[in-house]
Design a protein around this ligand. Sequence first.
Ligand code: IDP
Ligand code: MG
Length: 138
Amino acid sequence: MQQTLSIIKPDAVGCQLVGAIFARFEQARLKIVATKMVQLSREQAQAFYAEHQGQPFYEGLVEFMTSGPVVVSVLQGNDAVSAQRELIGATDPAQARVGTLRYDFAESKSRNAVHGSDSLQSAQREIAFFFTPDEICA
Ligand code: IDP
Ligand code: MG
């Protein structure tokens, strides 16, 4: 059993896709064990994506992630980290496989609907970024 962090990004929340995306997590046997809606501050978005500081897309990413509320969740299941990444698909929806969330819901490489932790180590850091242990119903 693993846990991983998911963020439904402002584009998808704005298009009322939260329920559809939750259903896809559950269909993939990723159990939602914590969730909340958050309006990220600039400082939070910068810190969350600190690994991308200096990239040409970084400023736009911070702008986008603070442009409206996001839904952050902890997903639990077998191989949850890679299972969520496979479900989400490639960063650029033009490269994403049919049946992935980004194929179905992403607008562009920047406005791409969903974030998923990319490793067990990232998952632990990202879960702790948003949730205290008592908020997770594992
Ligand atoms: P990932 O979300 O698939 O793990 P990363 O490379 O970690 O992709 O990038 C984090 C986020 O930054 C992406 O999901 C996307 O929103 C944005 N991003 C990444 N690369 C680009 C780009 O080349 N142009 C615009 N936005 C980008
Ligand atoms: Mg990433």
